[in-house]
Design a protein around this ligand. Structure first.
Ligand code: GDP
Ligand code: MG
Length: 446
């Protein structure tokens, strides 16, 4: 996946102080392959690579200590931006800025998830926005379609306007609109018929529906599992209708999310919602950042970016992990080195916040939760120790404790406390075992 590819690039570029045409090209090739693997359509990949290339030539990256890592940061930020992060948080909101009822028209291929999404939206609008919602089906082709909408509408407790397979779609929509006006519905959601593929009749029909009811929202519903094909479908619907937003469904499956990038690229419209379950509560506001991370290969990439941002010396961390793994003892010299690392990472407290719960517990046990101030004192005490004492803390008895306390300007009790904390830390380190430090760092989310 992209994370592995990027990690490889970072590694090979570690020794290189500058970005060159060659190493940039190599990096971009990996990104390109990874996006294609994530099922992003080629035109969207090209567009993305061009943007990253432009940014990579920017001063920020050129001036970075590690250009490889800085480039990874660019890739992540650009991906989130292209996913809609640059549209701002308002982009995923539905508009109600109209004389009620606000009409929402659903468009998309058969099986995309339109009818299910109508149910989800009705539930969402009813519960979150306290709207009075009416639904209607203009799908007169499949015998079970109208009944399916009736069922999901009943499940969420919204109102349903019945229609007949013998009615004309535009007549159905206008009748429902009239009913909604007379019964003071805030929102009317119109479900429509899809086809298995793009089809001129379908486009003409939904365009006629759009012209008749003038919806404030025209949502294109697309199955994330379509992958690259999503781009053609999106283009056809975007050409036929003034879409206001996109709903990406079935993200609970193993779709790699490439469809999101493709659809954004071709329509420029915001992805407003993500369908994440068959159940009617499986609708979420679309989160560009999260989607970018999904394409990048989830959490792992964040460790790389974190590294780029905070200048943590991964090599040192790796050495330590190696030492612990190979049964080496974690001594006060390591502890001191680690305190230094933690300081670089924005302080102990912020680091502890980001640790997984199980480690947090161990850390709190070692009373390190709000220990930024203590870190400096600990360092002071460790600095007052001899090398031998650091390597073998059990040597530190009463006389030595008094000397260390005096050297660091603290009470003897504080030395005792620090040694006890170190003891707990040592136990925690044993628990982390192989790759513990790396795991800890990776698990930290920005
Ligand atoms: P329509 O033809 O566009 O109206 O699609 P439907 O709403 O009938 O959905 C087609 C199938 O996809 C149904 O089996 C739905 O349960 C399923 N579906 C819709 N949205 C989601 C989703 O977000 N996640 C999952 N897992 N299944 C979904
Ligand atoms: Mg349907």
């Amino acid at each position: 996946n992209l994370t592995q590819r990027l990690a490889k690039v970072v590694k090979t570029m570690r020794g290189e102080a500058r970005l060159t045409e060659t190493n940039t090209a190599e990096m971009l090739r990996e990104v390109r392959l990874a996006l294609l693997e994530a099922d992003v359509a080629l035109p969207a990949v090209r567009d993305f690579i061009a943007k990253v290339k432009q940014k990579a030539m920017g001063e920020e990256v050129l001036a970075a200590l590690s250009p490889g890592q800085a480039l990874v940061g660019v890739v992540q930020r650009e991906l989130a931006a292209m996913m809609g992060g640059d549209l701002g948080p308002e982009a995923s909101l539905l508009s109600f800025a109209t004389q009620p009822p606000a009409v929402i028209l659903m468009a998309g291929l058969q099986g995309a998830g339109k009818t299910t999404t109508v149910g989800k939206l009705a539930k969402f609008l009813k519960e979150k926005h306290k709207k009075k919602v009416l639904t209607v089906s203009a799908d007169v082709y499949r015998p079970a379609a109208i009944g399916q909408l009736q069922t999901v509408t009943a499940q969420v407790g919204a109102d349903f306007f019945p229609s007949l397979p013998t009615d004309k779609p535009v007549d159905i929509a206008l009748a429902a609109l009239d009913f909604a006006k007379r019964h003071y519905h805030d929102v009317l959601i119109i479900d429509t018929a899809g086809r298995l593929g793009i089809d001129a009749d379908m486009m003409a029909e939904i365009a006629a529906l759009h012209a008749a009811v003038k919806p404030i929202e025209t949502l294109f519903v697309v199955d994330a599992m379509l992958g690259q094909d999503a781009i053609n479908t999106a283009k056809a619907f975007n050409d036929a209708l003034p879409l206001t937003g996109i709903v990406l469904t079935k993200l609970d499956g193993d779709a790699r999310g490439g469809a999101a990038l493709s659809v954004r690229h071709i329509t420029g419209k915001p992805i407003k919602f993500a369908g994440v379950a068959e159940k009617l509560d499986g609708l979420e506001a679309f989160d560009p950042q999260r989607m970018a991370n999904r394409i990048l290969g989830m959490g792992d990439i964040l460790a790389l970016v974190e590294e780029a941002q905070k200048g943590v010396d991964m090599a040192a961390a790796q050495d330590m992990a190696q030492k612990i793994k190979s049964g080496g003892r974690f001594d006060l010299n390591d502890f001191k080195a680690q305190l230094g690392q933690m300081k670089k990472m924005g302080g102990m407290a912020s680091m502890m916040d980001k640790l997984p719960a199980q480690f947090q517990q161990a850390a709190t046990g070692a009373n390190m939760g709000n220990a930024d101030k203590q870190v400096r004192r600990m360092e002071g005490m460790i600095n007052s120790m001899t090398k031998q004492e650091r390597a073998k803390p059990e040597l530190i008895k009463a006389t030595r404790k008094r000397r260390i306390a005096a050297g660091a300007g603290v009470q003897v009790q504080e030395v005792n406390r620090m040694l006890a904390q170190f003891d707990q830390m040592q136990t925690m380190m044993k628990k982390l075992k192989g790759g513990g430090m790396m795991k800890m760092m990776r698990s930290m989310k920005g």
